[in-house]
Write a protein that binds this ligand. Structure first.
Ligand code: GDP
Length: 195
């Protein structure tokens, strides 16, 4: 019985990190975004508004080859889907998707430091996947209506990469338990989180 209580508490206390990026803050969507999470039943256990520095954002986003290539690949996937002919060298000035991914990571760091960011620690059963579902897909034009990104953003890697900026999709949300643990520690001091 006691064992079950511990497990119940552990399940109820899954935590994840959400960041409202500078585009979300600038557009006055803080209240709307937070209310979506509250409405779903997630508890806010940490909250703050910060102007991040480059060092923090550099630590926040992964540096693995896989993650960087994935950033670059979105462009090719979108071009294929829209049957658009894209030449990485001529159109985007890079030789491969890794090089493109590196550029995107740099744009992302600069953008995240360009304005205020709201950091939110959320708690609840399956908080990590529930939040990702409410947030919607990374690429706004593919995000389903009803999700935050689907309802409030419209952007594409084709355009963002030509304009030397990250895709504007309002929110960051941890992708899995490992990321959530790492990111919560990075953005919040222990005593800033409510137990
Ligand atoms: P997320 O977990 O849904 O935020 O997606 P990722 O971790 O894959 O990407 C991090 C962020 O990089 C995204 O939220 C976008 O702001 C930006 N981004 C992702 N893919 C692209 C891309 O193909 N082009 C550009 N310009 N930005 C991108």
């Amino acid at each position: 019985m006691k064992k079950n209580q511990r497990l119940i508490a552990e399940i109820k206390k899954e935590r994840t990190l959400v960041l409202i990026k500078p585009d979300g803050v600038e557009r006055g969507l803080i209240g709307e975004i937070i209310s979506r999470f509250e409405r779903a039943g997630l508890r806010i256990v940490g909250l703050g508004i910060v102007k991040p520095n480059k060092n923090l954002i550099d630590k926040h986003y992964p540096k693995t080859k896989e993650w960087i290539e994935n950033l670059g690949n979105n462009l090719l996937k979108t071009a294929e889907e829209l049957k658009l002919k894209v030449d990485l060298k001529k159109d985007y000035g890079v030789s491969n998707v890794y090089e493109l991914g590196l550029k995107i990571r740099e744009w992302l760091i600069n953008f995240m430091c360009s304005g205020a960011v709201v950091k939110i620690a959320l708690e609840g059963p399956h908080a990590i996947s529930v939040v990702r579902k409410l947030v919607g897909k990374t690429i706004p034009y593919l995000a389903e209506p009803g999700t935050i990104r689907g309802d409030y953003s419209i952007d594409s890697p084709l355009l963002a990469n030509l304009e030397n900026r990250p895709i504007k999709n309002l929110i960051h949300a941890s992708g899995n338990k490992e990321e959530a643990d790492y990111e919560l520690k990075l953005w919040f001091k222990k005593d800033e989180l409510i137990d």
